[in-house]
Design a protein around this ligand. Structure first.
Ligand code: ATP
Length: 224
């Protein structure tokens, strides 16, 4: 019989360009709902699926993630993707965490927007052998059921619904958990647009992150 792993760890990958309160609130709601021991934020060096023109240096994005993570005792951040060659593939990150933490159940957190394209990620079928996936609803976006990629539908089966969680079982026994969060409707794109217009980003981004962005003059120029 398969042994139940002792610890539960959330992994939250993203460009975090910059990290905002929507990311933090999503991580906090998932952590609480699933009783995760910690959530680790993992900034990507170069994301495979995004335009990286005008992306601030990794050291700036990491610093902002560190500031944000330091506001919650359950949050941590990892530079694992920044130390690897680009592009940053999630499969490599999951392999690294599963060999580093063999007694830990991994829960990879992803928004519905990105999950709907997961069948375009490198070695996407292998992702579900390494971790459970927690798909968080992004406030203001479509319903999660519509975001399930077609290619995945034959590989999963509805299991149960528990309060805010709709749980599916993958053929490899890991779970795909749709987590209906209250969340905060904000995106990094919106933050960058506000900064470009010289507008305030306070109360959309943590205070230390606001101060860091202003002191470093980040996002003042048009990307690209
Ligand atoms: P951009 O606007 O530049 O595309 P973003 O705000 O979507 O950026 P990312 O760093 O790309 O931020 O997001 C990392 C992860 O967080 C993704 O899985 C994304 O779906 C999720 N996410 C981003 N914003 C929110 C939010 N407000 N609520 C819930 N999840 C979010």
């Amino acid at each position: 019989m398969e042994q139940k792993k002792a610890k539960k760890l959330g992994l939250f990958g993203g460009t975090f360009n910059p990290i905002h309160l929507g990311h933090l609130r999503a991580a906090e709601e998932v952590r609480e709902e699933l009783a995760l021991g910690k959530v680790v934020f993992i900034p990507a060096l170069i994301p495979p699926h995004k335009d990286s023109a005008g992306l601030p240096p990794p050291s700036d994005r990491l610093k902002m993630v560190e500031f944000a993570a330091s506001t919650n005792p359950y949050f941590e951040c990892s530079d694992v993707e920044l130390l690897r060659e680009a592009p940053s593939y999630t499969i490599d990150t999951l392999r690294a965490f599963s060999s580093r933490c063999p007694d830990t159940e991994l829960y990879f957190i992803v928004g519905t927007d990105q999950f709907s394209e997961i069948d375009t990620w490198k070695d996407w079928e292998g992702l579900f052998e390494l971790a459970n996936f927690v798909v968080v609803t992004r406030p203001g976006e479509g319903t999660p059921a519509l975001s399930m990629p077609l290619a995945l539908k034959g590989l999963i089966q509805y299991d149960r619904t528990v309060s805010a969680l709709e749980i599916y079982k993958h053929v490899s026994s890991t779970l795909i958990i749709i987590c209906n969060i209250t969340g905060i409707e904000v995106s990094s794109t919106h933050i960058r647009a506000l900064l470009k217009e010289g507008k305030s980003i306070r109360h959309l981004v943590g205070e230390e992150v606001v101060d860091y962005i202003i002191s470093r003059g980040l996002y003042e120029e048009e990307a690209g």
